[in-house]
Design a protein around this ligand. Structure first.
Ligand code: ATP
Ligand code: MG
Length: 558
């Protein structure tokens, strides 16, 4: 099926790679996508996935799928599986290049002994607090630890005993010996190993000594032969440390770290810490809640990989801080689905219409295209009978100017069917509209114009006897503020949750063709938006649909 082809705007990272290939610096490129398995992936990660995996589709090379699993406390196998599923779904295959930082624990350990032997690392036996206090500030240099000048032999002995489990958590750490007066705080003897007597999801109880991120990341990159190590801007200040570690050790190559700005998206949050809080405190139904910006949430909502790719292309890659409008994302799914989505009729808030001049038992099969713009996709049949449902707000007894839908005494066309006129409004005892009594004009089938008069409006409808019931969930933005938590006095992002982010409609009626809907297909419910099947109850066969997005932006472009 045709999807809008993303317009490929070039960016600085692509330019660097092109130059490196042209100059012969590299024959092929190696990248990696390195998530920590401490949460589900979100659309910010998708940006990084499209970049890293995308570049090696465009240029000769390959991309490692590497789990950065150095902190066993927050990591979990559930996250590992979810991450792999998301990457595959986005359309990328790491083939046999699935690795883990933990695969390198032994080699990283040997490198650390090497640093000690060179006099470039030492065991510090102070508390974490003391180490932090001695780091200094941006304007003041740090203070050397009293253990900074331990002998190589003593350092090696202590480090080996740290590894063997002799000491408790927090009693000793290994620090790189760089420069306590460096203007870059990351170079003030950073901690590179700490004791954590916690089993690791992959290495079990093999280790009680775990390497820190900055030390692990550059070495994992080098061991995998990464040429371009792409990360977000907050690591810019860590680059000197990345380079320092690699410069001290005998590593196979020295990857180039390049930073780009992270994706920020308005009206949502893209931080794992906050996403975990939303899930764990029950503000959403789970990691795949269709309102979340997680990849699994977007998938369940009905977003397609193509729409996310289009989004990634559209937002581009640069070093400029950005806060992208939600409408940019929403437009991408609209554009992708406009051509793909089969059309269907559905009534979400029904009001019954009885067509008095339609014979009681008559059922007429009306014919409609699957998609108006693509005749080759075929036609579908829609039954019409004496009783139909129309949308509550397509009828108005006191219509504002320019209301071209159904009004007492007025006419409207039923989509793909006839023109009807409303003759009577029937109410129940409480005064609520019970049904509308109408008559239809049999001479107006298949778009035929009624004689001698103009009918402007077209509304959607379903046959009451044939429609299938469904629950339809309408989603809106999860937060009511563009930058959640930025403006309220407590800086508490939860206070900005949009209380109207989900509306559940339990009385919707769908055209009978949707009985066969499968979870992978998005439909355009005409005049309403794009929807997809969320679930089907296997016992009752009842259907739940999600609204993916409305047909038009109702938020005014942001
Ligand atoms: P978070 O800040 O949400 O906890 P993280 O950066 O800690 O995310 P990782 O699992 O370490 O999450 O990220 C894996 C990769 O995805 C990293 O290379 C990281 O730079 C990238 N990434 C994470 N968030 C974004 C984002 N918002 N935009 C672009 N890339 C991102
Ligand atoms: Mg991280």
């Amino acid at each position: 099926m045709p999807s809008p082809e993303p317009v490929r705007s070039t960016h600085f990272i692509r330019n660097i790679i092109q130059e490196d290939l042209q100059s012969g610096k590299h024959q092929e490129i190696v990248t990696r996508f390195p998530p920590e398995p401490n949460g589900y992936l979100h659309i910010g990660h998708a940006k990084s996935i499209f970049l890293n995996f995308g570049l090696v589709k465009e240029f000769p090379g390959h991309c490692f799928m590497r789990f950065d699993d150095t902190n066993p406390i927050n990591e979990d196998e559930e996250y590992v599986q979810a991450i792999l599923e998301d990457v595959l779904w986005l359309g990328f295959d790491w083939k046999d290049l699935l690795t883990h930082a933990s695969d390198y624990f032994q080699r990283l350990y040997v490198f650390a002994e090497d640093l000690i032997q060179q006099g470039k690392a030492y065991v510090d036996s102070q508390s974490q607090d003391s180490i932090r206090e001695q780091r200094g500030t941006l304007t003041e240099p740090g203070t050397a630890s009293p253990f900074r000048d331990r002998s190589i032999a003593e350092n090696l002995d202590l480090f080996r005993r740290m590894k063997s489990g002799e000491f408790d958590d927090g009693t000793h750490v290994l620090r790189a010996k760089i420069d306590m007066a460096s203007p870059n705080i990351n170079l003030r003897d950073p901690v590179i190993y700490r004791i954590r007597k916690v089993p690791h999801q992959r290495t079990g109880n093999d280790w009680c000594l775990y390497p820190m991120y900055d030390y692990t990341h550059c070495l994992s990159d080098a061991l995998e032969g990464v040429t371009h190590s792409l990360c977000t801007l907050e690591f810019e200040d860590h680059r000197p440390l990345y380079d320092w570690v690699l410069d001290q050790l005998d590593v196979p190559c020295h990857p180039r770290q390049i930073e780009f700005s992270r994706l920020n998206l308005q009206y949502t949050v893209l931080s794992k810490r906050r996403l975990i809080q939303l899930v764990e405190e029950g503000h959403v139904s789970g990691w795949d809640d269709p309102r979340l910006p997680t990849i699994s949430g977007l998938r369940r909502r009905g977003y397609t990989p193509e729409s996310l790719r289009l989004f990634a292309e559209r937002i581009g890659v640069s070093k400029a801080e950005s806060n992208i409008y939600m409408s940019v994302l929403e437009d991408c799914i609209r554009e992708d689905l406009d051509s793909k989505a089969p059309r269907a009729l559905a009534v979400l808030r029904p009001v019954k219409v009885i067509i008095l001049n339609w014979p009681e038992d008559q059922v007429e099969e009306l014919d409609a295209p699957v998609h108006q713009q693509f005749p080759d996709r075929g036609r579908r049949s829609i039954p019409m009978s004496r009783e139909i449902f129309i949308e509550e707000d397509d009828f108005n007894e006191d219509p504002p100017e320019g209301f071209y839908r159904l009004v007492p005494g007025g006419e409207v066309r039923l989509r793909n069917a006839y023109v009807i006129r409303c003759d009577e409004v029937v109410r129940d005892a409480s005064g609520k509209i019970k049904e509308l009594h109408c008559i239809y004009d049999p001479n107006t089938a298949r778009g035929r114009k009624p004689e001698g008069r103009k009918v402007k409006g077209i509304i959607h409808w379903v046959s009451a006897a044939h429609a299938i019931p469904a629950e339809v969930r309408l989603y809106d933005r999860l937060f009511s503020e563009p930058t959640p938590g930025s403006d309220n006095p407590d800086k508490n992002f939860l206070l900005d949750l949009n209380q109207y982010s989900m509306e559940i409609l339990t009385q919707a009626w769908l055209e009978p063709n949707l009985k066969k809907a499968d979870a992978g297909t998005a439909y355009q419910f005409e005049r309403l938006g794009y929807f997809c099947l969320d679930s089907r109850d296997s016992k009752t066969d009842s259907l739940v649909f999600n609204r993916i997005v409305t047909l038009r932006d109702s938020w005014g472009g942001n």
